[in-house]
Design a protein around this ligand. Sequence first.
Ligand SMILES: [Mn+2]
Length: 305
Amino acid sequence: MNKQFLSLPNASPATADVLILPVPYEQTVTYKSGTANGPRAILAASDQLELYEEDMGWCPAEHMKLCVLEAVTSNADEKEDEFHFRLYEAVGNLKADVLFIALGGEHSITPAMVFARMPDGGTVVQIDAHADLRPSYQGSIFNHACPMHRLRARGYLLVQIGIRSLHAPEAAMMTGDEGISVYFDRALRNPDEWQRLLRHLSSLQGPVWLTIDMDGFDPSLIAGVGTPQPGGLGWHQGLDILAALLSNSSIDLRGMDIVELVPEPSRVSDMMAAKLVQKSISYWGKALGFDQRPANGSQVGVEDE
Ligand SMILES: [Mn+2]
């Protein structure tokens, strides 16, 4: 696997400002397979991104140190709960004061990482076509249809964005639970509902996790997902969500993940996921004032043409 982001040299995990963890885990997917290849495709696509990020007008890697960590992969004879516990331990051992970005892999990987990095509760913001609120699916609580149920059961507040496919008991759970805020995809076509979402994200406080299931986006933009659904967020809507959340200085972003990418021949989907990583690093870094810090990041000494 290409083990670099933007083809930049990796800083040591101890000095990095951004930690990127590949988690090419694929155990419970039910439709299109290939999400295990997601992390490799995102890192490969990142090689084609510019070092300059045009929205914020800076080169984040001049001022920030990046590190792509060794992937956490499943062992051949490992049970699901053993894998998720190993992921929990690996993530829990990483330093706190960084932008942590996990690259999936299927959506089932999210709870273990949230439990590890946000143990005292907080808000999980989810971009997704699916509610993922099933208590179990096909006999397993670790199925990729269940991560948000596992989080809500542990008391995390949920903000679900772009939802457009759910099972009746999931709909009932949403209506009966004030800890779940849902912004349905079709409702978000109404400008008032869209503004309500952005205000909500700008007003969040405390520990936050962002989980981006790539199928939250419109599959006419990104065909490379395991369980596509018509409709969905546009690219610029995704960036507006990212900007509203990451520029909110009242939150403590404990981490984020980008999951369920299934790389496809056009590589458009892979590039979109890679660019989401680039934008996240830029928006987060700019909001924290990294642009004012010394230029000693991963890009220093690298020729940029
Ligand atoms: Mn999902």
